[in-house]
Ligand binder design. Sequence first.
Ligand code: ADP
Ligand code: MG
Length: 487
Amino acid sequence: MGGTTEVDESMLTGESRPQFKQKNDHVFGGTINRHASIFVKCTKVPGETTSDMIYQLVEQTQMTKANIENVTDRVAKIFVPVIVATAVAVFLIWIVLSSTGIVVADPSAFPFSLNFALAVLIVSCPCAVGLAVPTATMVGTGVAAKRGILFKGSQIIESLSKARTFCFDKTGTLTTGELTVAQIIALGSEVTREDLLFFAVSIERGSNHPIARAVLSYAESQSISSVEPKKAQVKPGLGVVGVVNGRTVQLGNSECLSNTSQAALDVHREQIDRWQQQGATVIYLTLDEELSGVLVLTDTLKPTAEATIKYLTRCGHEVWVISGDHPTTVRAIASQLNIPADRVLGGVLPRDKQNKIKELRTHGEVVMVGDGMNDGPALAAASVGVALGSTSSHLAQYAAGVVVLNDSLTSVLVAVDLAKRITGRIKLNLIWAFVYNALFIPLAAGALWVPFAFTIPPPFAGLSELVSSVPVVIFSLLLRTYKPPSF
Ligand code: ADP
Ligand code: MG
């Protein structure tokens, strides 16, 4: 977009404060421009917009079935034949008892016994069992969507409520991902800082990594233009490579450097270590495979990071940080959040992120929270992948089981809390349905006839739906009053 304004994005993110927007920011279809006129470039066609995605995901969740729902479906299926058999058995028992004179039938054995059998048929209610899961899921996913949290299936809600381990990506997830270029150092005399910035910004044109966004906005502030790179290729977790003005440019972490380039860095090693110990991200630019410059970028923790990690740790969850950035940088950021060094992994490629998640899953349900393309495999491998942020990559949103449309880490906690509430409500619904049937069917069958002459007359039995299904629907609807705890 062009211009500056404030946009109300609450329908997407649940955030009621208007969001400040300026040139090159994203605005979303369906949100409300509250302030000034802006120019907008449309990048999505109808059917692919963010709001379309929300509708599709909510619908998809409401259609899919959780394990517990499969169980209740099976119960509901055998419920009817079992009840018919019970009614026949009740009829036979009463007819035997009354015709042998053990109980006195009023007026005669046949209508007397038929009354009990009919009452059993009418009182029994498979609907309450069948409604328990879908009503709670439907109301719960709607409540979540209002807060910018999209669940992609009721199975996900079930897994999330049992989550044991939480893994976080660093850049863009624990940190704001709004990096700033703090230093540009030209190595050798061949290129100047301006040349370095020109090559860096040109090669990053095809990437939407937070580093690319930082380089782009820094170059703009320095009035450095860029050219379209050729054969540009993004290497997730490593960097970008391509040809700019006939020269092969590579920008990325030290894994991309040749042994000679590594050796050329030795003189700067101490300084680089110091930056990394402060949590800065250091990347290297090579021109025709020769190391030409170093870029130092600083990032800040999200304001919600500390509270989120503290809350998870207090609740006894295991918290990990798994990042592609240099291990020293990742440890520095993790230590600000009091995450022990043995739960911090740095310098991991997307595949290794995935392998770590698979390993952790052998101990219980694992939630992976990430934003980038590099997190895709890990998000898909986790019990529940959470794609966090309004600018999270499409691949992350596709691979994840939960999509959070705002940048707040506490949304992850809200998602977990809500998942627990939904599963809790499902359990309450099921308990109600079973207790109701276990109590009313024996009453209708005449369990209290002999001692108290008590029975449920069939006309009254017809009102039983009010006692069985209506409370289930009300319990589910009450989820609408959900307020997240303060974290
Ligand atoms: P994280 O796991 O912390 O989100 P990534 O896996 O996305 O980080 O990236 C890991 C590292 O790879 C970055 O710290 C950076 O050194 C390098 N890198 C990735 N993408 C780019 C890019 N577009 N430009 C420069 N470096 C990049
Ligand atoms: Mg990231």
